[in-house]
Design a protein around this ligand. Structure first.
Ligand code: FES
Ligand SMILES: [Fe+2]
Length: 348
């Protein structure tokens, strides 16, 4: 039986043991994951400002063929935002007094007295970066719990890559992730694209906890698929890699396979960013990438319009909402996040 906490200290302990809501900034564990900050192609010849887990970052590419770099977006000299600077001679240049750094964050030039020794602490506070799957990944901690999720299809010639987009949502990362594992919303939120409110019935999904997160398998009737008309059935295997990375494998009856990669990055406690690519087993001649992109932007826009109406913070505790048979995925995901933030479960 659940008893009411007796005093403030007990209430606080209860929130830590089994929090009612998921407020990402309250849990340092979220810093120990890799997040996709942007598409690799988005880093051109200008520095870019991006916030991850409430931490403003500057990302840049010192030269066209150099790997991406990331640092805290704050100059050690007088706190100017480095993302408002520029790149010159492979160096990031601060917009305030023109100090320069290389791609490893080492101070390379202080233009007022170029021959003077560089002060200690003048270097940038770097953030770990990787480039994988056409995305730039960052990790704010020195000790990530797991690597960037695997995606063997990316290098498999049986699959083609459809690079998609970065999509910014004024909703929390858990709200967006949960939405992508929620088959019940398709008939309604997506009634103008591939859903049909008159065909809302669902089959049960099977959900299993996996070392990396969880897997949900199911089938859902849809009215169309990208660039095509005509009702069909999606057979889906959806993997959640903790905390917010989804790979949604869709098989259609004619053998076409469509893999959505949804890397969801918490911007802060109220906002998130989706970095998405798609992989398909057909060809550009079969279905132009432009059709797939247009379809997915329309679908994403429908989800965003709804998700941005939802209150924050994200509810974790079961008693905060009503749950129906179609919510198996959602309940399993909420349990997973509860176990993660309470230390009962660690992905591997
Ligand atoms: S604030 Fe950046 S060089 Fe002075
Ligand atoms: Fe959706």
């Amino acid at each position: 039986m659940r008893t009411a906490p007796q005093k403030f200290g007990d209430e606080r302990q209860e929130r830590v043991d089994r929090p009612d809501h998921l407020v990402i900034s309250e849990h340092p564990v979220f810093r120990r994951f890799w997040y996709a900050a942007c598409l690799a192609r988005s880093l051109g010849d200008e520095p870019v400002a991006l916030t991850v887990l409430g931490t403003p970052l500057v990302l840049w590419r010192p030269s066209a063929d150099a790997p991406a770099s990331a640092a805290l977006d704050r100059c050690a000299h007088r706190d100017a935002p480095l993302s408002r600077g520029w790149i010159a001679n492979c160096h990031l240049v601060c917009p305030y007094h023109g100090w320069e750094w290389d791609g490893a964050g080492r101070t390379r030039r202080i233009p007022q007295f170029p021959d003077a020794p560089h002060p200690t602490k003048s270097g940038l506070t770097m953030v770990a970066t990787r480039e994988r799957y056409g995305m730039v990944w960052v990790c704010l901690a020195d000790d990530p719990i797991v690597d960037i999720p695997p995606l063997p299809e990316y290098d498999d010639p049986a699959w083609r890559v459809v690079p998609e987009y970065e999509f910014d949502f004024a909703c929390t990362a858990p709200h967006l992730l949960e939405n992508n594992f929620d088959p019940a919303h398709i008939a309604f939120v997506h009634r103008n694209t591939f859903g049909n409110p008159d065909r809302a019935e669902l089959a049960d999904t099977t959900v299993t906890r996996e070392p990396y997160g969880l897997r949900s398998c199911g089938q859902v009737s849809v009215e169309s698929r990208p660039g095509e008309t005509g009702a069909t059935t999606r057979t889906t295997v959806s993997d959640l890699y903790a905390p917010f990375f989804a790979r949604i494998h869709i098989a259609y009856p004619d053998g076409l396979r469509h893999l959505m990669i949804k890397a969801i990055t918490p911007v802060d406690d109220e906002r998130c960013r989706l970095v998405q690519i798609v992989l398909r087993t057909d060809t550009e001649q079969d279905r132009p990438a432009a059709d797939i992109l247009a379809f997915d932007i329309a679908v994403e826009t429908e989800d965003r319009a709804l998700l941005e109406l939802l209150p924050t913070p994200f509810p974790l505790a079961r008693h905060l909402n009503a749950h129906a048979r179609a919510d198996r995925n959602s309940l399993a995901i909420r349990r997973l996040w509860t176990d993660l933030v309470t230390g009962r479960w660690v992905p591997s």
